[in-house]
Design a protein around this ligand. Structure first.
Ligand code: SF4
Length: 350
């Protein structure tokens, strides 16, 4: 007789074994039938199994690299501060994300409260650090997804999803039965366990991770003390994301259908390790990987307490980052970053 816990363990192992092989659907295949990955996985009968395997993580939470081991179903909290009940700050069409996910009708963003990385310079600190938001049921979360699709959004953009993955996948299952058919965007800080990302193979179409730091001493200092392994964890997760979905594929309107979109925020005093970042991308990912080198650093939250980051970035710091990216051979840089670069270069030349 196999009890539920053992069955779920088997399901996790089966899912991981599946994920060790080639990606379930190629970008070209996704384009051909116009269906998001989770609908295709449901057709194979594997989606429910995968949802159960992910949901089982709440029993002894090991969803992220902190591996707290707490029982979140019993309302215990780990380092992220969240129980098994999901809290949402907002759900709305958003036009501030990268152009391929925004399209013409917006990206359907759902902002989750709490975070498992909590940087000292967080721009969303009332949501991520203080946990502002409303408790919602999985059914209500599914309703939000349907609502965003009804409002014309091109995708469901899950902002800071790592610590509430079980609620998300259960809600996707419910929403799919009610007609959800836009792709999921997994919008993460990058602080992920690769084992969990493998469980998302065939569920997520578009990965939008940050790679914030290249030096563990900086992530320990400027994110969480126990996040010194951030560079290694994020890099392993990104390689798995790339394996699953490949480089970015857009439709004939330029809207993202499937693929990896990588973000890196330029920080003052080179603390983000931007030169190392572009070198790592060039050495480990296709040169046409979509990369957004972001100039929108702001001194937020507790950043003013750290002398080396308590200022804006200079034009020189942003332009050197773009130069390094080109020198490394990266060919698919975010359109708005390139536009900002042109403006700054023109100003410098005048
Ligand atoms: S998701 Fe939260 S409780 Fe779970 S391992 Fe990460 S920090 Fe700990």
């Amino acid at each position: 007789m196999v009890d539920r816990r053992h069955w779920l363990k088997g399901a996790v192992n089966a899912a991981l074994a599946v994920s060790a092989g080639p990606a379930l659907v190629s970008a070209q295949a996704a384009m051909r039938d116009g269906q998001p990955a989770y609908r295709r996985l449901a057709e194979t009968g594997l989606l429910d199994e995968r949802i159960e395997a992910i949901a089982a993580q709440y029993d002894q939470c090991r969803l992220c690299p902190h591996q707290c081991g707490v029982d979140r179903n019993a309302r215990d909290t780990g380092l992220c501060g969240a129980t098994a009940r999901v809290r949402v700050y907002s759900h709305t069409p958003h036009f501030g994300e990268e152009l391929p996910v925004v399209g013409r009708r917006g990206s359907g963003t759902i902002f989750f409260s709490h975070c498992n990385l909590r940087c000292v310079f967080c721009q969303n600190w009332p949501i991520a650090h203080a946990g502002r938001g409303q408790l919602v049921s999985d059914r209500e979360l599914a309703n939000m997804m349907i609502d965003l699709q009804r409002r014309g959004c091109h995708n469901i953009n899950l902002v800071t999803p790592t610590h509430v993955l079980p609620n998300i996948v259960r809600a996707v299952g419910l929403a799919m039965r009610r007609g959800l058919r836009v792709p999921l965007v997994y919008n993460t800080s990058g602080y992920e366990r690769v084992e969990m990302i493998r469980l998302l193979d065939g569920i997520v179409d578009i990965y939008l991770p940050d790679l914030k730091f290249m030096d563990g001493a900086q992530s320990e200092r400027l994110a969480m003390e126990r996040a010194g392994d951030y560079p290694a964890m994020a890099q392993a997760a990104i390689l798995e994301m790339q394996r699953q979905v490949g480089t970015l594929v857009t439709d004939d309107r330029g809207i993202a259908v499937r693929g990896l979109m990588l973000r890196h925020l330029v920080m003052p005093s080179r603390v983000a390790g931007t030169r190392e970042f572009v070198a790592w991308v060039a050495a480990n990912l296709p040169l046409d990987t979509y990369v957004n080198i972001m100039p929108q650093w702001r001194v937020e939250h507790r950043a003013f307490e750290y002398e080396d980051i308590a200022r804006g970035i200079t034009v020189g710091e942003f332009l050197e980052a773009m130069d390094w990216a080109r020198e490394a051979g990266l060919t698919n840089l975010d359109e708005r970053a390139v536009a900002a670069e042109k403006v700054y270069r023109r100003r410098l030349a005048s």
